[in-house]
Design a protein around this ligand. Structure first.
Ligand code: DGY
Length: 428
């Protein structure tokens, strides 16, 4: 495969990961995100495994030390005091010994566990550490289906855009209109002091993010109540695909460790989730769409939420169609994969999740396309990702039109994904 000259990139990526390492957890980037974030950490562990296996396991172990008694794994763990970030622990009031946020994030942990387990050279340590993580990750997955899929449909809902990780995606615009803003406590944003406000969510969106936090807090963060009490309940196909893949990967590790019953339970979850995902397919868009659970309607918004589904074992013809959608994007954009359909008038090339390219998403899409045998477009995604690094360094995300670096700089998960992409490119 032809890739740009990347010999210097490996060391630079390791440097970024080490710079953001706080010993037992890694911050996404200093300043903007000074704590441990859930899915960031799981991606980080994948990168760390290329130069320090032991440290990679620790990254995930630290995250799971802060799992809630009900099984939820929070999206932020506030290990230290830092008033450079808002909303901090005093807003969330989670009541946890080490403060955390009260919502969750995409469950990359199942996938990351399998990767660490299968790649680790120290087999005895890998078995011991995987065995300890298995029940915790399973508890989180069971939590999802119990609390975010109360009707047992096989699809889980997010209750806050931050849970999807795609904070200001166009996917949420319509459903977000139903979230009120009255009565929220006055606040000062910190994110816009660290990053260009034109690259960040708007004030109207922040007001709603905060309203939801205050609403859930007023319900005591009781997860048995939050789903039905939330005016925002969206089924994101990408999020569900990550969960489905996580269940399948967890099952595979469980099987290898002789945990047959656990393996069966998680294979069942994965297969039910995959079947249910089909309800979200849109023939006219050639991809899956989000479902607004409060209205029961699909959301007319073509984003990476629907393209990331290739990360799960969706039917081959669906993966091929998604590959074609991405290939069409590549005809009009210098860099892929844009987080939103560039032909949509709502597309914004620099604003966070409304258009920019994110390397973690590229990685999930790449992995899925490859597994589905869509190698040509998969390799295009890989090349585009490394070209961005070459041109603009380890940014949080990139403008797909110009390749300009956006958001925070020296970003951990971007560096981690570069190590993953380099390893694949080397093997090819
Ligand atoms: C933020 O604060 O921007 C985060 O994305 C929320 O997790």
């Amino acid at each position: 495969m032809s890739v740009p000259d990347t010999s210097h990139i490996f060391d630079l990526a390791v440097e970024v990961l080490k710079e953001n390492d706080r010993g037992t957890y890694t911050v996404p980037t200093k300043g903007l995100y000074p704590f441990q974030w859930n899915w960031d950490s799981c991606f980080t562990a994948l990168g760390q495994a290329h130069f320090d296996e032991d440290r990679a396991w620790t990254e995930m172990e630290t995250l799971f030390e802060h799992q809630w008694p009900d099984g939820m794994v929070p999206h932020i763990v506030f290990h230290v005091y830092d008033d450079g970030y808002f909303p901090g622990p005093d807003v969330w009031k989670s009541g946890r010994p080490t403060p955390t946020s009260g919502i969750t994030q995409p469950p990359i942990a199942g996938f990351a566990l399998r990767q660490l387990f299968e790649r680790s050279k120290d087999r005895a340590a890998a078995e011991r550490r995987a065995r300890a993580l298995l029940p915790k990750i399973e508890k989180w997955f069971a939590w999802f289906y119990a609390n975010r899929d109360p009707q047992g449909e096989g699809l889980v809902a997010i209750l806050h855009p931050w849970e999807a990780g795609r904070d200001n995606s166009i996917d949420w615009d319509e459903a977000f209109e139903r979230v009120p803003t009255e009565g929220i406590a006055p606040y000062t944003r910190r994110d816009t002091q660290h990053a260009d406000p034109a690259h960040r969510p708007t004030k109207a969106q922040y007001d709603r993010y905060l309203w939801l936090v205050e609403h859930f807090r007023s319900l005591g963060w009781d997860n048995t109540k939050l789903h039905d009490a939330s005016p925002f309940q969206v089924v994101d196909p990408g999020f569900n695909a990550i969960l489905v893949r996580g269940c399948a990967d967890l099952a595979s590790v469980a099987e290898a460790l002789g945990e047959t019953e656990m393996a069966r339970r998680n294979r069942d979850r994965a297969s039910k989730g995959l079947t249910a995902l089909e309800q979200l397919w849109s023939e006219s868009h050639g991809q899956y769409l989000c479902l607004d659970r409060t209205t029961g309607k699909l959301i007319d918004s073509a984003s990476i939420g629907g393209l990331t589904t290739v990360f799960a074992a969706i039917p081959a013809e669906r993966a091929a169609t998604i590959g074609q959608v991405i290939a069409r994007q590549a005809e009009t954009l210098r860099f892929i994969v844009a987080s939103h359909d560039p032909a949509d008038p709502r597309f914004e090339s620099k604003r966070y999740w409304r258009g920019p390219v994110w390397l973690v998403v590229n990685y999930l899409i790449f992995d899925g396309l490859r597994a589905a045998g869509e190698t040509e477009i998969a390799d295009h995604v890989l090349r585009s990702s490394l070209d961005l690094i070459d041109q603009s360094g380890f940014a949080e995300y990139y403008d797909p039109v110009t390749g300009e670096a956006c958001g925070g700089g020296r970003f951990t998960w971007t560096a981690a994904m570069v190590l993953e992409f380099l390893a694949v490119a080397e093997r090819s």
